[in-house]
Ligand binder design. Structure first.
Ligand SMILES: [Zn+2]
Length: 241
């Protein structure tokens, strides 16, 4: 029901290399007027537009256009293409677009934790999925590619990107994360000594075992339904291949 009408898109393909942030200039009230507008057919071509995602005031994420389809969102006007984009291809086919419910002039006052968290997670998700660098060059505002636009206005994109760089999925700083990983790795290695005795397994491989593999071993150990020896054997085979 929230899918954009196909006449409001350019159709496939879309190969995202960056994010473009927008405010739709509608009240920050959780009523998704913009996705509704995009879902309708508009006889006037000037009224045709869309977005991949819309993040509502209440923190709900609406997908209006599949990521493999180019919305009509980011016409480049009077500004250069971003350095990472091909200037011979519509920017709509090279970006993910998100509308953040609110107004350019007041978004910095109206955005609050549920909306902010939903936006952070969405940006993280897109960057991870398409190997988009989490930096200010690849997460940009509409105003940076169109001289006739000011959105997302007062949204502090610098701060947003800095936070995304600082936090991982668990909301930990890099320093916290490294400490936590060391702790887990130490714990897991102690477990492995135990496993080794029982499964005769990872001896000599400890140095090359990734945190992910260690966590799998711990998980297997704590779940009686899992064949720990098989898990370890699979890791061992991979490390020695
Ligand atoms: Zn815009």
């Amino acid at each position: 029901m929230w899918a954009a009408h196909q006449t409001n898109t350019l159709g496939p393909p879309c190969n995202p290399k960056g994010w473009i942030l927008h405010t739709p200039e509608e009240p920050a009230d959780g009523d998704p007027g913009t996705p509704r507008w995009f879902a309708q057919y508009h006889a006037n071509p000037l009224q045709r537009g869309s977005t991949h995602y819309f993040v509502s005031y209440l923190g709900f994420v609406f997908q209006c256009v599949p990521e493999s389809v180019a919305p009509i969102a980011n016409g480049v006007l009077g500004k250069p293409y971003p350095a990472w984009a091909d200037p011979n291809v519509s920017l709509n086919r090279q970006t993910l677009s998100v509308e953040i419910e609110g107004y350019a002039a007041t978004i910095t006052q109206t955005i609050w934790s549920p909306q902010k968290t939903a936006l952070d997670r969405l940006l993280d998700y897109g960057c991870a999925k398409y190997s988009i660098p989490v930096d200010r060059a690849h997460i940009i505002g509409h105003y940076e590619v169109a001289s006739n636009r000011s959105d997302p206005g007062t949204l502090d994109i610098d701060a947003l990107v800095a936070e995304l760089q600082e936090e991982d999925d668990m909301g930990l700083t890099q320093e916290d994360k490294q400490w936590f990983e060391r702790l887990l790795a130490d714990f897991a290695k102690a477990q492995i000594h135990d496993v080794r005795r029982r499964a005769g397994a990872l001896e000599g491989y400890e140095a090359n075992v990734s945190l992910n593999d260690l966590l799998r071993v711990i998980e297997a150990l704590s779940n009686p339904a899992t064949d720990t020896a098989a898990v370890i054997n699979e890791i061992r085979m991979r490390l020695s291949s």
